[in-house]
Design a protein around this ligand. Structure first.
Ligand code: FAD
Length: 368
């Protein structure tokens, strides 16, 4: 969000723009730990529209930004094993098609025949979209930063924001450990830590950090080149091709909120057992590496965009596990907010901070 916002502000001729990052390297927060999945398949119109706009930007990334972001359309297949999921996804597919997304609906037998390496005796149906896929988070962050710098913007790492100065009801400056940066506008793009930075401005942002983790395996020669991103929706268990092997992860429904990013080894065993049950070839495959990161979860699993009661203090975050894919359009929308007072490219007015206090929440079903 930070890198994309910086680039889009610079590109729109915003003048002096600065990105502050606490870590020694950029893109090592949630973005650097994510699975790289990009998809159109969502359950709400606003999320589908964000995907339509954002994935088009990934498609144009090499031309616009001058760097390959390794967008690979391997398709996303949601495998549905419970009747209530079939009903909900059927409605989702109708919505997606209405918006121009050509999602396919597969009966259980087709799911089984398309995934010979997997075991889904209980699959009732699958929803598949061929243009969903994967992109490389590091290339996207580095591409935006480089182009933003080419346009005269600044980005500084190892610089933690520790305070926000407010004069009257307006933001006046950002404080780091050894500097005060006077500014006319601040975009809080602190990902899972957005709530903490919000507190510095006296705001209560309902955002919960929740650990998620995954592992990658050693090469699997039998794995087809076009193996899709497969999601066993009932278990929140997913698989996609990573190099010559598989990346797999499963959301722990009992995970307590918090900032811990260490691997939970006990949960890793549970997840690997579930993965091997669906993909028996994994039993004879080695673990290559594993890591954990933080989801940034809001009460309705939708992001927060736009203004706050503090004038000039803007929010972009809370994507609840699918923010990488929406990063390109999110940065563009933030540039529109900061420079023009409102987002124009996609209508995100329903995703404001005020919706939580005003009871206007929207539920997203396709959360993994
Ligand atoms: C395991 C896992 C898998 C995921 N898989 C996917 C996926 O397949 N597809 C997808 O689209 N999304 C996925 N996500 C979600 C996605 O990673 C996030 O939604 C997205 O990366 C959020 O981006 P961000 O810029 O808001 O946050 P971040 O990338 O975390 O960036 C926030 C930055 O703010 C910095 N920061 C925080 N506080 C301060 C401070 N006080 N001062 C200065 N800097 C500060 C942090 O160091 C960090 O670098 C996944 C997430 C996880 C954890």
């Amino acid at each position: 969000m930070g890198a994309s916002t910086l680039y889009h502000l610079a590109q729109a001729g915003a003048g002096r723009v600065l990105l502050l990052e606490r870590d020694p390297y950029f893109g090592q927060g949630a973005t650097g730990r994510c699975a790289g999945g990009v998809r159109y398949q969502f359950a709400t119109e606003v999320n589908v529209r964000l995907s339509i706009a954002s994935l088009a930007m990934l498609e144009q990334f090499p031309e616009e930004i001058g760097r390959d972001c390794m967008y690979r359309k391997c398709g996303y297949l949601f495998v549905l094993t419970r009747p209530e999921e079939v009903q909900a996804f059927d409605q989702n597919v109708t919505l997606q098609r209405r918006l121009g997304v050509a999602t396919e609906w597969w009966p259980g037998d087709e799911v089984r025949s398309r995934l010979p390496l997997m075991r889904f005796p209980d699959a009732l149906a699958g929803s598949y979209h061929a243009k969903d896929g994967l992109a490389d988070p590091n290339s996207v962050v580095m591409g935006y930063l480089q182009r933003a710098r080419d346009l005269g913007a600044h980005a500084i790492s190892e610089t933690e924001v520790v305070g926000i100065d407010i004069h009257g009801h307006r933001v006046a400056a950002v404080r780091t450990r050894d500097a005060r940066v006077a500014c006319g506008a601040v975009v809080n793009a602190a990902g899972p830590w957005m709530g903490l930075v919000g507190q510095m401005a006296g705001l209560d942002i309902p955002l919960t950090p929740v650990r998620r983790q995954m592992v990658t395996t050693t090469p699997i020669p039998e794995l087809p080149a076009g193996f899709p991103f497969v999601i066993d929706f009932a278990q929140s268990l997913y698989f996609h091709r990573e190099g010559e092997g598989i990346l797999t992860g499963m959301s722990n429904p009992g995970e307590k909120p918090g900032f811990d990013q260490r691997i939970d080894e006990a949960w890793e065993l549970v997840a690997l057992e579930a993965a091997a049950n669906r993909m028996p070839i994994l039993e004879g495959t080695g673990r290559l590496t594993g890591w954990a990161g933080l989801y940034e979860v809001t009460p309705d699993a939708h992001p927060i965009f736009g203004p706050t009661p503090v004038e000039g203090f803007w929010l972009v975050g809370g994507f609840s596990g699918h923010g990488f894919m929406h990063g390109p359009i999110a940065g563009k929308l933030m540039a529109e907010f900061v420079l023009g007072g409102q987002a124009r490219s996609v209508d995100v007015s329903a995703l404001d901070l005020a919706r939580f206090s005003q009871g206007r929440m929207i539920r997203e079903y396709n959360v993994v």
